[in-house]
Design a protein around this ligand. Structure first.
Ligand code: TYM
Length: 323
């Protein structure tokens, strides 16, 4: 029996290389050996995106990104979250078991609260919606980047709480983090979420990628000076593209001196273009046929819904709304 794998990405902006190395690459690598269900978390994106044209464009873009990166709809159930209304229904059942202080401890909430942003009920409830995505599908493993690990713990706790209250029905999911690149740094060395403006876009134009690479923040050492690769934001990104031997050689050039940051950035730019070039080419076939992409999402949703309907019958009976 293949293990059930579930994960998703929010269409809250443009897909960046952090999403690729932290998440999509794993989805593609794992799709053969798992019963995989990958979705576009558009309801989660509504916590930040309040423009219908932008949201629908982002949804379609993420679907194209998934396909261009190699997710195969014959192997993976690919859908958008809002096509599965049972997810929000389950969120409500979970909400009614979730103490407010439990959610007040969530990093996503604390971050927003600290920045004195107006926190909506939706943002506050974000981890529970995510728990529903995961638990409704009986996920066993959830491949994510480091920043989502706490959310998987919320899903586990929520499953336990439900099971203790109404009887064993939810499996406890495990996070799966890709060693070494669980956090891909942004151009300023902080992590790379879609909203910090420090991202390197996965499918940007050459000019956009170049601009992002050239904006990587460094110290002001001259080319001649010896540099510490472990303190360099450019080097951190080279690690995603170079093999061990190449990295050892580059490391030596950093410490010996004589390698300027500009040269290192030019090398990184070339690595990115070479790595993503074939994927960018593949993406144009989907860009030219958006109806095909929508059809893939529709079929995926039908398949996913058939599975979650069975689960929800049991859930409804357990909580007592079935007569
Ligand atoms: P999102 O859209 O912020 O990110 C999607 C995935 O990309 C990973 N990621 C990164 N990994 C490494 N380095 C980075 N700089 C980086 N930035 C992003 C994230 O860890 C994530 O795996 N809440 C989720 C979406 C979601 C979900 C789910 C995921 C909704 N429901 C159920 C799994 C299961 C999110 O906002 O991801």
């Amino acid at each position: 029996m293949k293990k059930r794998l579930v994960s998703g990405i929010q269409p809250s902006g443009v897909m960046h290389i952090g999403n690729y190395f932290g998440a999509i690459k794993q989805f593609v690598d794992l799709q053969n050996e798992h019963d995989a269900s990958i979705f576009i978390a558009d309801l989660h994106a509504l916590t930040t995106v309040h423009d219908k044209d932008i949201l629908s464009k982002n949804i379609l873009n993420i679907a194209m990104d998934y396909l261009a990166c190699g997710l195969d709809p014959e192997k993976v159930t690919l859908f958008k979250q809002s096509d599965i209304p049972e997810v929000t229904e389950l969120t409500w059942y979970f909400n009614c078991l979730t103490p407010m202080p439990f959610l007040e401890r969530a990093t996503s909430y604390k971050d927003a609260h600290m920045k004195a942003k107006d926190v909506t009920v939706g943002l506050f409830d974000y981890p529970i919606l995510m728990a529903s995505d995961i638990l409704i599908q009986d996920a066993e493993i959830v491949p994510v980047g480091q920043d989502q690990k706490q959310h998987i713990e919320y899903a586990r706790d929520t499953a336990q709480k439900f099971n203790n209250t109404f009887g064993e029905i939810f499996k406890l999911p495990e996070p799966m983090l890709l060693g070494g690149v669980a956090i891909v740094p942004g151009t300023d060395g902080r992590k790379m979420p879609k909203s910090y403006g420090n991202t390197i876009p996965l499918f940007g134009t050459d000019a956009e990628i170049k601009k992002a690479v050239m904006s990587i923040v460094t110290d002001s050492k001259t080319p001649e000076e010896s540099k510490n690769p472990d303190e360099c934001n450019i080097f951190a990104l080279h690690k995603l593209f170079l093999n061990t031997d190449e990295l050892t050689a580059l490391r030596a050039r950093y410490t010996e001196g004589g390698l300027g940051y500009k040269e290192s950035k030019d090398m990184l730019y070339a690595e990115i273009i070479a790595f993503f070039g074939p994927l960018r080419e593949k993406r144009t076939t989907y860009e030219n046929d958006p109806e095909l992409v929508k059809d893939i999402l529709r079929k995926g949703a039908e398949k996913a819904r058939a599975v979650v309907e069975v689960k929800m019958k049991t859930v409804r009976a357990k909580v007592g709304v079935t007569l």
